[in-house]
Write a protein that binds this ligand. Structure first.
Ligand code: FES
Length: 111
């Protein structure tokens, strides 16, 4: 895949999340990101349980405490740092990481 800009990092609230609906050369792809200070964790927006998107309300991917990624469909909870599912119907599985870097203030998919 060639480089694809997801969006501006400053548009993700610190401690918050954002979702992206991107048209790529391989078709439409959904991604999500969580920002913590200067770190941004990016995953494919697809729950290992059903393959559907994690966010019922667009862009909201975190539990109330903002400590875990939450799938709002059936409640699976994932660690932010590595996407590992701690609880729910897909416990023990992982979100698919998306290779991304920050370049000139933009979150850029690469690879
Ligand atoms: S679709 Fe995510 S827990 Fe069921």
């Amino acid at each position: 895949m060639s480089e694809v800009r997801l969006g501006r990092v400053e548009d993700i609230p610190d401690g918050g999340s954002a979702g992206y609906d991107i048209e790529t050369e391989h078709g439409r792809r959904l991604y999500m990101a969580v920002r913590r200070d200067d770190r941004v964790f990016v995953y494919v927006n697809s729950c290992p349980h059903t393959g559907g998107p994690l966010d019922f309300e667009p862009g909201r991917f975190l539990n109330l405490e903002r400590t875990l990624i939450l799938c709002t469909n059936h409640g699976a909870q994932f660690r932010i740092e590595d996407g590992y599912c701690l609880s729910g119907p897909c416990a023990g599985k992982n979100l698919e990481p998306a290779p991304a870097v920050v370049r000139s203030g933009f979150l850029v998919l690469c690879g």
